[in-house]
Design a protein around this ligand. Structure first.
Ligand code: ATP
Length: 643
């Protein structure tokens, strides 16, 4: 196959355009991205050679080499790592195969059209982890030559970052990948430095990639003639390539010697994030079973946090040797946003993913990581100097963390301790459960909550009336996961979670007296028959003060929101009938009883029963099955009152 011209996939093209016209203040980061890719490629070839003894790959001198050519205005980042096949080049470089890409691009466009801040746009772009494409921030043409380890013959890829790229055979390509950037003119005003100057390159490597464990070699200039800033001693013998990174694993260095900036750069390397981490967590164990971990909480949720393909887990090293990315066995799914590295000293180098799941050491490490993450969250939450970090964390990752209430029973309480929930106490700020308990008035002995689709609907639902009257705070739970965990978590600090929309409530108020109850028995029986298709029963209510009616479920029943969620997923859950509760002191209910007692055969009784049921649905923010029938019945009733 000779030269082929191929169009970039539409999303890739859009993203490239954004990169090219990028307003990133720091264009230097392209180098970090390329070095990071090379480092990954070296990790991969070492692992591949280890796992497949027949692989014809050269792993004798794995390294990254940088070279510049000031005259030609190029800079090249090369590695002798895993490389790519022709098909991989097309699939990995020409397309973006991440779920959520379309939505994020749409958000970006909106942000731009709305004149959003440059930082906001940059943060959005950063969520893509644009890696290789960042080359086009500094280059107007990029050439990549690559050969997959263990295969013959390579390919050359080239593009100006416009609509298409070319792929050509490169029979003599060495193992690995070499990326050459044909640099745009220097433009200091636009923070576009002269990346063909070795000194500039060296400084950037020191700043961003010092910890990379592979040697990064800087080739000497072939023309030592006066390069601005580079000490050229013409009498000296031709210099050897020089290793310019210190190669020290951050997690193995004493904590006091590692700067925040170094942690931040390392975080960017492992996470592909462009921002700083929100929190850095270190832990280590010595003795018979030794390991170190360096974990990070990101500042922003990745776009695919709630997609199935969301990568999870931290990197696993064994005695400084990279073993695998995304090691799921080390981190439970609900902590999938945690990034970082675990370096275990006593594992076998050729441990597989399957074996890892059962390895006792790994299970122990995982247990400790989880506890440490949760205790870190607790410190963030109770930090006396402010809870901004915790607040950011909760906004970004609270939804994911709450999944742990279902999947990690052992840590249920520790998770509850670091959760926050919107509540009726303060519309602007969610509350912790501890704070809720502290505010509980005398006489309240449960944690009350309501689940539903929006805060507004819950706040105005009739179910809330008696609680408001009593001054009891109610948690307003509107995330999908809330519908599920509330049934799985019995209590917090001995206080039960009680739904205000399910079961009978007894707020210790005045009971409906026996006479009233008796007076209503016949009507309740009749309404239960009339509404048999819609409700389980009709009874008098203890929870209404202002409204005439409301619907309540039984504890453990599917809630209306859950039913809807199942339907949205294409399932057909059994329809759950609820109980209709009437407020015996409401004029409408009193009037209905009078009408019923006057003439039990009056057809308007049944019509009113249906209207009451519809009203109860509407008041809680629900949807009527037949809105037109409801409206027809309502206009009939209204017309009758005017006649
Ligand atoms: N030097 C390289 N050697 C081998 N494969 C590479 C190299 N550079 C890039 N690739 C392949 O191309 C893919 C895309 O690279 P790119 O930099 O765009 O994104 P990424 O590194 O996967 O992650 P992110 O998009 O989060 O930065 C990589 O995942 C890798 O498979």
């Amino acid at each position: 196959m000779s030269t082929e011209t191929i169009e970039f996939q539409a999303e890739a093209r859009q993203l490239l355009q954004l990169m090219i016209h990028s307003i990133y203040s720091s264009k230097d980061v392209f180098l970090r991205e390329l070095i990071s890719n090379s480092s990954d490629a070296l990790d991969k070839v070492r692992m591949a050679a280890y796992q497949d003894k027949d692989l014809v790959a050269d792993t004798s001198d794995l390294h990254i080499s940088l070279s510049t050519d000031p005259a030609a205005r190029t800079v090249t980042v090369a590695d002798n790592g895993i490389g790519m096949t022709r098909q991989e080049v097309v699939d990995l470089i020409g397309t973006i195969a991440k779920s959520g890409t379309g939505e994020l691009l749409a958000k970006l466009r909106q942000a731009r059209e709305a004149g959003g801040s440059e930082q906001a746009t940059a943060d959005l772009i950063g969520q893509f982890g644009v890696g290789f494409y960042s080359s086009f921030m500094v280059a107007d043409r990029v050439t990549m030559v690559t050969r997959k380890a263990g295969t013959e013959g390579g390919v050359q890829w080239e593009s100006a970052g416009e609509g298409s790229y070319t792929v050509t055979d490169a029979p003599d390509a060495p193992q690995g990948t070499s990326v050459t950037l044909h640099l745009k003119p220097e433009d200091t005003e636009d923070a576009l430095h002269d990346y063909s100057n070795p000194r500039t390159v060296r400084e950037i490597v020191k700043r961003y990639s010092d910890f990379i464990t592979w040697p990064i070699r800087m080739a000497p200039l072939t023309t030592p003639a006066a390069i601005d800033g580079e000490d050229a001693d013409e009498s000296a013998a031709p210099a050897e390539p020089e290793v310019i990174n210190s190669r020290q694993a951050l997690w193995a260095r004493p904590q006091s010697e590692v700067s925040e900036e170094e942690y931040a750069e390392f975080y960017r390397h492992v996470s592909h994030d462009w921002q700083e981490p929100l929190e850095t967590i270190r832990l280590s164990a010595e003795g018979t079973f030794e390991y170190q971990a360096l974990l990070f909480l990101p500042r922003q949720a990745p776009m695919n946090l709630f997609y199935r393909d969301s990568a999870r887990g931290v990197q696993l090293y064994v005695k400084r040797v990279f073993i695998m990315d995304d090691c799921e066995a080390l981190i439970p799914e609900y902590l999938r946003f945690v990034k970082g590295v675990v370096d275990a000293h006593d594992l076998s180098l050729n441990i597989s993913r399957e074996i890892l799941q059962q390895d006792r050491q790994i299970q122990l490490i995982r247990k400790r990581l989880v506890k440490k993450v949760l205790s870190t969250l607790k410190s963030m939450m109770t930090d006396e100097s402010g809870t901004e970090k915790y607040d950011t964390f909760w906004t970004q990752f609270g939804r994911a963390l709450k999944e742990g209430l279902l999947s990690d029973r052992d840590n249920q309480n520790a998770i509850l301790e670091v959760c926050s929930f919107p509540s009726t106490h303060d519309a602007a700020k969610p509350t912790t459960l501890q704070a809720y308990l502290e505010r509980m008035p005398e006489g309240q002995d449960a944690i009350y909550y309501a689940t539903g689709e929006s805060r507004a609907a819950l706040e105005h639902s009739p179910h809330m009336e008696a609680f408001r009257a009593k001054g009891y705070e109610v948690l307003l739970l509107t995330d999908q996961v809330d519908e599920v965990w509330v049934d799985a978590v019995p209590a917090f600090e001995d206080k039960q979670f009680v739904s205000i929309t399910r079961g009978e409530v007894d707020l210790g108020g005045e009971d409906v007296d026996a006479d009233t109850q008796q007076g209503y028995d016949a009507l309740l029986g009749r309404l239960t028959t009339d509404l048999a298709d819609e409700v389980k029963a009709v009874r008098l209510s203890h929870r209404l003060t202002d409204s005439a009616v409301c619907l309540v479920g039984e504890a453990g029943d599917l809630t209306p929101t859950l039913e809807k969620m199942y339907r949205a997923m294409g399932q057909q859950p059994p329809t759950v009938k609820r109980t209709l509760e009437l407020n015996p002191s409401h004029p409408l209910v009193v009037g209905l009883r009078t009408a019923f007692e006057a003439n039990a055969d009056d057809p308007s009784i049944q019509a009113t029963a249906r209207l009451l049921y519809g009203m109860a649905l509407l008041a809680e923010g629900g949807e009527l099955a037949e809105p037109a029938a409801f409206v027809a019945a309502l206009s009939d009733r209204l017309a009758a009152t005017l006649a």
